[in-house]
Ligand binder design. Structure first.
Ligand SMILES: [Zn+2]
Length: 268
């Protein structure tokens, strides 16, 4: 079986590109070019704008842009930043596309008491953007697919009956999802929390507000739990944020934030 896999894995290993995530310094698999990444983002953006209703609340749009741009400035990256507000009061969600454009659903606003708590959500999404997480996930899917194909060919050569083959294939698909895809998604989510926390501190939003936001978000009951699909639990998020808090507070204090900006900024 090992010998059968080698011809497939060798070119795969040569194909894999690497990148480094900002702030955490983690080595990433990257098989998508920046051009492909942008094109994927713009395609998805077109589709979303076709089907979602954007908010017309000018004050809210301005607030989301102001917070977004303040965090974007902390990234020190001059990207084509865009922040959209989708009018969907029953959806407590936010996401970022491959081109770095961020979408906030109005449903998440009821969990944010102040700008710093909304900044928690936005800094998390900007964290995904600057770490190119969408491109990394696509790269990971490509690698998993190639590896699964290689393993499938190996299985084909090793199993006796087609029933046995089908069972192996099903286990392979389920295994790839449970063992690789989901933990990988959760790891990217934790990384976006990590990057987001440091960015919000640098942008002078009190990082301690992030924990307050997640505690409140954890209590939300019946609503669809979109934000949590493939995501770590709130308890895990809070645990990680608590661990990273001394580092974030150091950044916050070093930036002289406590003097220049009130802790939670303007309330809703
Ligand atoms: Zn996320």
């Amino acid at each position: 079986m090992k010998r059968l896999l080698m011809p497939f894995l060798l070119p795969l290993l040569l194909l894999i590109g690497c990148a480094k995530a900002p702030i955490t310094g983690r080595t990433q698999i990257m098989m998508v070019t920046p051009q492909q990444e942008k094109a994927m983002g713009f395609q998805a953006e077109k589709e979303i704008l076709k089907k979602e209703k954007l908010s017309t609340d000018q004050a809210l749009i301005a607030r989301v842009r102001r917070i977004g741009m303040r965090i974007a400035k902390a990234t020190e990256l001059n990207l084509d930043w865009k922040f959209y507000v989708i009018e969907k009061p029953d959806v407590a969600n936010a996401f970022c596309l491959a081109n770095g454009h961020v979408f906030i659903y109005t449903g998440i606003l009821k969990y944010t008491d102040n700008d710093a708590q909304l900044a928690t959500v936005m800094a998390h999404e900007i964290g995904h953007a600057i770490a190119h997480h969408v491109a990394e996930q696509v790269s990971m899917a490509m690698v998993t697919n190639i590896a699964a194909t290689a393993a499938a060919i190996a299985i084909e050569h090793n199993v006796k009956s087609s029933t046995e083959e089908a069972a192996y294939m099903a286990a392979l698909g389920l295994g790839a999802n449970m063992g690789i895809v989901l933990p990988y998604s959760r790891m990217l989510e934790s990384e976006a929390d990590h990057i987001g926390l440091m960015l919000m501190a640098k942008a002078c939003y009190d990082p301690r507000e992030s924990i307050k936001f997640w505690k409140k978000f954890a209590k939300k009951g019946k609503e669809p739990i979109v934000y949590f699909s493939t995501h770590p639990s709130s308890a895990q998020r809070i645990e990680q944020l608590t661990e990273l808090m001394p580092q974030a507070m150091k950044i916050y204090r070093q930036s002289g934030c406590e003097k220049s900006v009130s802790a939670a900024d303007s309330p809703l």
